[in-house]
Ligand binder design. Sequence first.
Ligand SMILES: Nc1ncnc2c1ncn2[C@@H]1O[C@H](COP(=O)(O)OP(=O)(O)OP(=O)(O)O)[C@@H](O)[C@H]1O
Length: 613
Amino acid sequence: MTAGDGVTPVGREPGGPTGVPVRPSGSPEPPAPARPGAERAVLRLARPYLGRLLGAGLLAAATEFAGLALMATATWLLMSAAGRPPLDRLTVAIVAVRALAVGRGVFRYTERLAGHDAVLRMVTDVRARVYATLAARRESADRRTGDALSRLVSDVEAAQDLLLRVLVPGSAAALVSVLAVGGAALISPPAAGVLALGLLVAGVALPALATRLTRRAADEVAPLRGALAVDAVDLTHGAADLAAFGATDAALAAARGRAGRLARLERRLAATGFAVDAAGVLVGGLTAAAVVVVALRAGVGGVLVGVLAVGTLAAVEVALALVAAARQRTQLRAGLARVADLLTEPAATPPAATAPPASGGHHVRFEGVTVRYRAGAAPALAGFDLDLPAGRRVAVVGPSGAGKSTLAATLTGAVRPAAGRVTVDGAPVADLPAEHLPRLVGGLLAEAYVFHATVRENLLLGRPDAGEAELTGATRAAGLLDWVRDQPDGWDTVVGEQGGQLSGGQRQRLALARALLAAPPVLVLDEPTEGLDPTAADAVLASALAATPAGHSVLLISHRLSGLAGLDEIVVLEDGRVAQRGRHDELVARPGWYREQWLRQEAAERGYLALSP
Ligand SMILES: Nc1ncnc2c1ncn2[C@@H]1O[C@H](COP(=O)(O)OP(=O)(O)OP(=O)(O)O)[C@@H](O)[C@H]1O
């Protein structure tokens, strides 16, 4: 998928109370449209395990058949034994009952083993594909942790259930039903005809009825579960903000509304299921009675009539597995459609045996790069060109929403251009092996994440083999060294979840130190001094640039214009387009956004400094 495909946001509707984007209760997401080829798309991934699945299907059929034969043989044995025949006439049946009872358990066990083995292997593939697609769609607007989690967990389980609870038991039930009719025909063909009719009602008509009755409600269940997972994430992560805006009750009410709707739907599904199951039992009883009547009329002997009656009850019960399979299939439709939508990415291929990038400088080019997050929306970046040879330092500035972070994201491969290309040494970023790109391009990206770990562990993420001197150098350049030295635990100070035990400025400095420690040949610094006061911001930017090795290039993204005088080029972005470009002195001398902003920032910061103690 490209960024230009346009993405429908999942699960958000603006306009909750106090502006909190909660969906009003009672208006859940629309059900996922049934996707005609969804099952086929999922089943295609089962092909490599077809042999195992076929084995599991045959073992399931053998289990059911053993159960049916056990009932029939045991009935024959009991009824025959009542006539006190010589024991040797019963020996075969006694042995058969024992063998069938033991065999049934063995078949069931091996069927579960084979079926789960095949299905878990397939589900691993499905989950890997779904994960790959979700990861590749990072640029999309539907980046919802809860929804993604729901897709990875419950929807992928739909693929598992399709095989384990629909196809394997369903095909076994169909096969055993045919065998049961064949067996009955050996005793009485007219009775076998009645049995066939009963089995058709139990195995074809009732499943069709169950599907019809439950389809609509079932289609709503999977998206509702996804929405509830999203609610759980929002209510947990956003608890403090919801409370601060007095929106907790509204958000909880919306989530409760969806939970209530889900409970109602599930109750309805359960009630329908119960009614269909009851109808199944009735069909079993009626068929058995009809078989007995027809068999008696056909002159079948008493013991065999008993065998036919009990066998019929057992056979109809086997056929009723098709009702359960149909109901299950209906409930899986929406989940399968959502999974099938995510099976578009090719399977993860083993990394190509390409040589790792050389450690020296690298040449980056942006050529006519256009990024569009939503089809039909104005591009976030339009026809952007930039030459960034090794060692060059370029700043990209511009008003909020101009496309600066989008530009950085295209360079790190997080966003794919709809048109144009970004290359490193002539190779498009999209074609670079995933394990090589971070060795070429990286740094401090927008909203850098600080882990619930020690300062040292957070820093070593940038370069795991860094020594004490390198840690100290990077931390000093980011202006965090004094703070680290002041802490009782020094480098081993735990920073809390998302760096919650640090100030905003310290968090930013830690993230910057990590980027400087990693020192990729193409260093991206997205707002490295965000959250710092003007004096600290100037000092940190200067030391960060000074700490960057000479042959490494820098793409600095900044809304502050101070400290850019030493850079080779400054690009001014407005509405995704280049409005101005040049060095600081040239831009300050020309009328335009840069000059205006520079004068405004200078005046504001002079005022701030005059007021500072
Ligand atoms: N994931 C996204 N999905 C949809 N639209 C997006 C996404 N990210 C950014 N945009 C849109 O793209 C445009 C450019 O955003 P971008 O974050 O690149 O701007 P910016 O210049 O970095 O802004 P700021 O200085 O405020 O961080 C904006 O209009 C924004 O709404």
